[in-house]
Design a protein around this ligand. Structure first.
Ligand code: ADP
Length: 401
């Protein structure tokens, strides 16, 4: 048995989970959130020693300090999450981008860190934080194996026709401009779970999986192999997201540069942080608030909801055509798991394609429950599967060390 710590560094949070492998028991878990908040106070929500949630406020200016706090919590025999910290065999890190080089998990060395530093322009919002998280863990545990698992790695098997853009070919050759795909760690887990729920091998199944969290993407799997995915060169492309635009006419960028005198930085900020559900609704990026405001009569919230659904539906249709149909559609992520209204609206009117959700089963399958929610006898299975990137990372790290 080996204990593996998984660290998932997001824009303003660090999630952690400690696993006992290969049994997959969770020994401790939690997250530090609101890192760098205006009031200087972050929050830590974690599983206490009695298994009940513990909430703390703490002063925590950056991701390095968040990780120091996590190690303190894990090692504190009185107030921490455990009676004492067991020996950790390895730390697994979620890393958003591995570019062309990393196609599977890799043991982190100074050479790996140098490469990650060099490719930060490919994921400027995420990679610097991932690197900060790795460096902070190395400082805490310099002799423990640190392993990077990449969100892009899973997509290297995607057909070239899906991964290239219809742009000058030299842009790909010289600058690496191509679709990389993201959320790969989540998809690897979802496909394995879907196959297990359907009691069929993944390589017999045509699956369309939707990971709908703050970032949203959709991926088509044709008999176990990735056929296409919506996120591209960066996690900005594809579906409408919480604060990210997803796909739109790139000519808008040049128009706004010229007519609104927006700089590249201001445009990146607008497309990544001020668009999507937040940009359209004017309310925020949280689907819970959008659904509540829509019910309360807000037209902008209703518009944001309708656009989110319409765009997702278009991709589902395209992927069904790309694979000559689908055996299953999977929903995961905060929205996919907890917003039955979204699933219902997306799947409405698709009975011609054998896609029909059962309204009662759909409404009941929320709050971390996994299940099948299609109507009886509907040929396409509709699965709700809670995303579990941390467990997938623990499995990969365990197989790697
Ligand atoms: P991340 O991509 O950061 O991992 P999550 O997968 O946790 O994000 O998803 C976060 C999003 O899930 C929130 O922004 C919110 O819109 C949505 N969400 C969470 N719970 C619900 C709910 N009960 N109903 C609707 N949406 C929800």
């Amino acid at each position: 048995m080996k204990t593996i710590l998984v660290i998932n560094t997001g824009s303003s949070s660090v999630k952690f989970k400690l696993f006992n492998m290969p049994g997959e028991a969770v020994l401790a878990s939690g997250l530090v959130e609101n890192i760098g908040a205006n009031d200087g106070l972050a929050g830590c929500i974690r599983q206490g020693r009695d298994g009940k949630p513990v909430r703390e406020k703490l002063s925590c200016a950056d991701h390095g300090e968040a990780i120091s706090h996590i190690f303190r919590v894990l090692a504190d025999p009185v107030n921490g999450s455990m009676a004492g910290l067991p020996e950790i065999a390895a730390v697994g890190h979620r890393v958003v981008h591995g570019a062309e080089r990393f196609r599977k998990p890799v043991r982190i060395t100074s050479d790996v860190l140098e490469y990650l530093e060099a490719i930060t322009p490919l994921a400027p919002l995420h990679l610097p934080l991932n690197i900060a998280g790795i460096r902070a863990c190395i400082k805490q545990m310099p002799d423990t194996a640190q392993v990077a698992c990449f969100d892009t790695a899973f997509f290297h098997s995607m057909p070239v026709a899906s991964s290239l853009y219809p742009l000058p070919y030299e842009w790909y050759e010289t600058y690496g401009i191509r679709r990389y795909g993201f959320h790969g760690i989540s998809y690897e887990y979802l496909v394995a779970e879907a196959a297990s729920l359907l009691s069929r091998p993944a390589d017999e199944l045509k699956i369309i999986a939707c990971h709908l969290g703050n970032g949203c993407s959709i991926t088509a799997f044709d008999r176990g192999a990735v056929c296409d995915t919506s996120m591209g060169f960066t996690p900005l492309e594809g579906l409408m997201m919480g604060t990210r635009s997803g796909s739109f006419d790139p000519a808008v960028v040049f128009y706004m540069m010229e007519h609104a005198e927006m700089s590249p930085d201001a445009l990146m900020d607008a497309l990544n942080r001020k668009s999507g559900l937040a940009g359209i609704s004017g309310i925020g990026n949280d689907m819970r608030e959008i659904v509540a405001a829509k019910k309360g009569g807000s037209e902008r919230a209703a518009l944001a909801f309708d656009m989110f659904v319409r765009i997702l539906k278009k991709y589902i249709g395209a992927y069904c055509f790309a694979m000559n149909g689908a055996d299953a559609i999977v929903f995961a992520g905060g929205i996919g798991e907890n917003a039955p209204e979204v699933r219902e609206a997306v799947l409405e009117g698709l009975s011609f394609a054998g896609i029909e959700a059962d309204p009662v089963k759909n409404r009941k399958t929320t709050d971390g429950r996994a299940g099948m929610v299609q109507k009886q006898n509907a040929p396409v299975r509709i699965l709700v599967i809670p995303a579990n990137e941390e467990l997938m990372i623990a499995r990969c790290v365990f197989a790697h060390i």
